[in-house]
Design a protein around this ligand. Structure first.
Ligand SMILES: Cc1ncc(COP(=O)(O)O)c(C=O)c1O
Length: 362
């Protein structure tokens, strides 16, 4: 299909063409039922099959052990910023956070509404251009949990390895890198992610939570904001976002067909290397923002010599069919988001464009 844009949007982001085509094919008459999946009851057997398959595939692809629940909730990852402390923070305990950038900062601000917070490590002094190392972490012994942001979408940094937090449950916001590589789920107490980058369209948020953390919150928490409500009801307490879960299921089938998390990681690393090599090999024309050891394989952030040149880069790239290369408005610069569904060919086309742009403006 030649009129597909080279889509580098940060989220909602590129979806696999095969997934969009399958959804189109099934849109009006879902498997001979005479109606769209969107027109069906979420209590009916057909939708329940989709719902269960999405959970099963996520379990299979991420190797989620039986003592973890997989929940489909709404309100985006931003609602998880509040749900985590509301549900996990106990009296006499502190909510510990690693402060790595824009999204971690939002999570911390929200936690402050519910109790005492502590910063176990921060890279703010380095403008959030790096991920703190394991030996910088100072986890308060009375921590209810330690929260980290596995991939800072705006700054373009990513944890390469997760810290061992001992008996303190590790909580991760994986909105922008879930399923970009294999995971050892047992390292975590809770993982959450908005679907709209690596898993599907916006509208559904995935929560993977160890069962022993699901207990009764110590503060009054509305029914819809309790993990126990969704866990007890297989994420069918109220009407779930059926279309978003259906699309997520298709994306998960696509990931499985690619060979699973290890296979997509290999391609992701190849795509990231192409871009970082282009940046590093440009003799300083392009400059990577994140420190090398903290670079994200999902969001590649870089700058040019001046804001004028960056504006020209965006303008010319758009004219050539590239979308989403402008950096986040809070930090400026340029950003290429290369989630699982961004084809290798799009990245190759971008590298070619970057070379050409440099020849004309360098
Ligand atoms: C790392 C991270 N956390 C949280 C969010 C907020 O997600 P939502 O818009 O689903 O609330 C985003 C959105 O881009 C993100 O990238």
């Amino acid at each position: 299909m030649s009129n597909r844009a080279y889509n580098f949007n940060a989220g909602p982001a590129a979806l696999p063409l095969e997934v969009l085509q399958k959804a189109q094919e099934q849109f009006i008459d879902y498997e001979g039922s005479g109606m769209s999946l969107m027109e069906m009851s979420h209590r009916g057997a057909i939708y329940e099959g989709v719902h269960k398959q999405a959970e099963q595939l996520l379990r299979e692809l991420l190797g989620i052990p039986d003592n973890y629940k997989v929940l489909f909730v709404q309100g985006g990852a931003s609602t998880q910023f509040a749900m985590v402390p509301m549900n996990l923070l106990q009296p006499g305990k502190v909510a510990s956070y690693v402060s790595t950038g824009s999204w971690a900062t939002k999570a911390i601000q929200e936690a402050k509404l519910f109790g005492e917070t502590a910063i176990a490590a921060s890279s703010e002094a380095d403008k959030f251009m790096r991920i703190p190392s394991a030996d910088e972490l100072n986890i308060a012994p009375d921590s209810a949990y330690l929260h980290l942001t596995s991939n800072e979408t705006i700054e373009g940094t990513q944890w390469a390895q997760y810290p061992d937090t001992g008996s303190v449950p590790l909580v991760a916001d994986m909105s922008s890198d879930i399923l970009c590589r294999p995971l050892n789920i047992s390292q975590f107490g809770l993982i959450y992610a908005g679907a709209q980058k690596n898993l599907g369209p916006s509208g559904v948020t995935i929560v993977i939570i160890r069962e022993d953390l699901i207990g009764t919150p110590s503060m009054p928490v509305p029914t819809m904001l309790r993990y126990s409500t969704h866990a007890k009801n297989d994420s069918l307490y109220n009407t779930p976002p059926t279309f978003a879960i259906y699309m997520t299921n298709l994306v998960l089938q696509w990931v499985k067909a690619q060979g699973g998390a290890a296979a997509v990681e290999k391609i992701n690393k190849e795509k990231a290397k192409l871009l970082y090599d282009a940046i590093d090999g440009s003799g300083g024309f392009y400059r990577g923002c994140a420190e090398k050891g903290s670079r994200s394989i999902m969001n590649v952030t870089f700058r040019l010599g001046s804001e004028e040149l960056e504006k020209l880069f965006v303008k010319e790239s758009e004219a050539q069919g590239f979308v989403g290369l402008k950096g986040h408005r809070s930090v400026g610069g340029l950003r290429a988001s290369i989630y699982n569904a961004v084809p290798l060919d799009s990245v190759k086309a971008l590298v070619d464009f970057m070379g050409d742009f440099q020849r004309r403006n360098g």
